[in-house]
Design a protein. Structure first.
Length: 181
């Protein structure tokens, strides 16, 4: 009888140890994969340029001279003003579209007009972004041009949009119309 109880106890101890080892092994593999995913995400994240310190960011990244810095500051202000106007118009159109969709019988022709206008404004935003980049690039030497290209690739990267923060705040392009740094 005593030996049979010892065997049962030993079997349960072995079962508990095997279960513990299995759970630790599975946990180890899971966390290792999560770490890899986090590392990949960090590697592919877009560059976040603080909107209120964008000129300072470019000065530090591109090692701008004081003359270049003044030009960049003016270019940035003009871009911010234009981009903000467009994003404000886009926001108003989205609200108009949602309101139209909320009507008992929304007008498809009105919705089509709104979407056409949204498309035109998106194209306009892309064009001023291109102009902004080209104007900045024109002020750079060859080393700075390469670095500027890397920055823009990272900024535009995944979703092909320049980051313009909304009214809720955050970082991105076009946040502060009166940037002075």
């Amino acid at each position: 009888m005593i030996t049979q109880n010892k065997y049962r106890t030993l079997i349960w101890v072995i079962v508990v140890l095997v279960a513990t080892n299995l759970s630790m092994g599975i946990s180890f593999v899971y966390h290792k994969q999560q770490d890899k995913k986090l590392e990949q995400k960090t590697d592919t994240e877009t560059v976040e340029v603080p909107a209120q310190q964008r000129t300072r960011f470019f000065r530090e990244q591109l090692n701008l001279t004081s003359d270049q810095l003044n030009v960049f500051r003016d270019l940035n202000r003009n871009f911010n003003r234009s981009a903000r106007e467009i994003t404000d118009q886009l926001e108003a159109l989205r609200i108009e579209m949602v309101n139209e969709l909320g009507k008992p019988e929304p007008s498809e022709s009105k919705l089509n007009e709104i979407t056409d206008e949204i498309g035109k404004l998106h194209a306009q935003l892309k064009k001023i972004t291109i102009s902004y980049y080209i104007d900045m690039k024109a002020e750079c030497n060859s080393e700075q041009k390469e670095k500027l290209n890397e920055i823009f690739k990272a900024i535009l990267g995944q979703n092909e949009d320049v980051k313009l923060p909304g009214r809720q705040g955050g970082y991105g392009w076009g946040r502060n119309r009166s940037e002075t740094d």
